[in-house]
Design a protein around this ligand. Structure first.
Ligand code: ZN
Length: 283
């Protein structure tokens, strides 16, 4: 396997990594200037400047949009909220198209407050993705289900493994692999005893649409906001990328780090330079 040395053009920055501390335009300029080939922006940032303007800047900078973050939840406590979320997701699909995203990333929602708990939430997720998939097909915008670590099953996602996400894809869109697939994030999946076979299976199905990296800190202090920089934790990142490439993944490596107490307190250009160094040395 080739290292990523000298290949930052194959790497992308999820804007969450910089802490959403400045307008999108400034962030995009920084990321391009630092030599990265791609970016994954968030909805609130794109909506603040408008998708048309964001798309224009992205094309001018030559940045690939590895994914558009992210869906509103498909599982909801009541019908009004479910419907509002669906409408927001349809609008976001249009914006994803406008900015030229390679996929729209789905974080599906947790079980809290949902009728029939976990099973009820999973049923709503299946139905909701099915409904959004019809809209996505009209626009030709692929949907990438991102399985989240099971610690988020209450509040963020009842889809928790690669295999479970793959089963959803096969059930909703059996013959349509480019339009419904997965974003695989090392933070959420590194612990999975079925990792090797799951990634191979997802690759064989042609359904891997994105690859996100950070690291799992051995002394994690916060469930959401304490992801580690690559190389600072326990994940075998080179091994993980090897599995992705063996599975046929040729897309970008996207850095996504939520780190309220550490990385978000440092100057953005410093964070980008450490990302670049670690991508090339430990990923
Ligand atoms: Zn991710």
């Amino acid at each position: 396997m080739n290292s990523l040395e000298g290949r930052l053009q194959r790497c992308a920055i999820n804007t969450a990594t910089l802490g959403h501390r400045e307008p999108l335009g400034t962030t995009l300029d920084r990321i391009a200037r630092a030599g990265f080939g791609g970016v994954a922006p968030w909805r609130h940032e794109v909506e603040a400047v408008g998708a048309t303007a964001a798309g224009r800047q992205l094309r001018a900078l030559g940045l690939t949009v590895t994914g558009y973050c992210r869906s509103a939840y498909f599982a909801a406590p009541d019908e009004a909220e479910r419907k509002a979320n669906m409408n927001a997701n349809i609008q976001a699909l249009n914006d994803a198209t406008e900015i030229g995203a390679q996929c729209f990333v789905l974080v599906v929602g947790g079980a809290r407050g949902v009728k029939n708990g976990l099973a009820g939430a999973r049923a709503q997720v299946q139905d909701g993705i099915g409904e959004l998939y019809i809209e996505a097909r009209k626009l030709g915008m692929p949907l990438a289900i991102e399985p989240l670590h099971p610690m988020y099953a209450t509040d963020r996602s009842v889809v928790n493994t690669i295999r479970q996400a793959l089963a959803l894809c096969e059930s909703i869109a059996p013959d349509d692999n480019p339009m419904l697939g997965l974003a695989i994030d090392v933070y959420h999946c590194w612990w999975d005893p079925d990792l090797v076979s799951s990634i191979a299976q997802a690759g064989q199905a042609g359904r891997i649409l994105g690859y996100h990296v950070c690291d799992w800190l051995p002394d994690t202090r916060h469930m959401l906001m304490d992801r580690g920089m690559m190389g600072d934790g326990v994940v075998d990142l080179q091994g993980f990328r090897g599995l992705m490439e063996q599975a046929g993944y040729t897309g970008m490596v996207e850095v996504e780090i939520f780190s309220a107490e550490q990385w978000w307190k440092l100057p953005q250009d410093k964070v980008l330079s450490v990302c670049a160094e670690r991508l090339q040395s430990v990923c």
